[in-house]
Design a protein around this ligand. Structure first.
Ligand code: SME
Length: 170
């Protein structure tokens, strides 16, 4: 049984080093993209303070489709270029939003969300989806969180690299 260890540190770089180790242990030996996304979302939501949503959107037939997540029910489909998630796909880069009310086109799934971090999942065949984190606090996320979640994305992609479903998803 995997048991997540509470991370006792105020230092974000140290927090993400420990989180990365726990994620590698959690995904070890499994390649299924849905199972691994579900456990990654659960670990992020359990370990990261001050979140109200953590999860995945996956590219399906040219748009983002809701994947495994923790939090309130969310919008199901997002077009590339729409909202924070679709914009991250179009730009092929992470987006940090300090105040979602100031981001033109932000898609509100939970009225409690005030800041957001979206990191694209860039596999060998292009963008296959995104990791999306929402917080009820303004400016919850900074560059250290972005770097940490980019590492989480890399661990997720490496774990799923041999899975047939991932190869078809681009
Ligand atoms: N806020 C996102 C939509 C997804 S929810 O936050 C879960 C966006 O603007 O793309």
């Amino acid at each position: 049984m995997f048991e997540a260890r509470h991370i006792e540190t105020g230092d974000k770089a140290e927090f993400y080093r420990e989180l990365a180790q726990q994620l590698e242990a959690l995904l070890h030996g499994e390649t299924d993209p849905i199972a691994n996304a579900a456990n990654t979302a659960a670990l992020l939501f359990q370990m990261m303070p001050d979140l109200n949503w953590a999860g995945f959107y996956m590219m399906r037939e040219g748009e983002l489709l809701l994947g495994p997540f923790q939090g309130r029910p969310a919008c199901v489909r997002i077009a590339v270029g729409a909202g924070v998630c679709g914009t991250a796909v179009a730009r092929r880069s992470a987006i940090l939003v300090e105040d979602v009310h100031a981001f033109p086109g932000h898609i509100a799934c939970d009225a409690a969300s005030r800041s957001e971090l979206v990191v694209p999942l860039i596999g060998s065949e292009g963008v296959i989806g995104v990791i999306d984190l929402d917080s009820p606090s303004v400016a919850r996320f900074d560059e250290a969180d972005q770097a940490g979640i980019e590492r989480v994305a890399a661990i997720y992609l490496a774990a799923c690299a041999q899975a047939p479903a991932l190869a078809r998803a681009s």
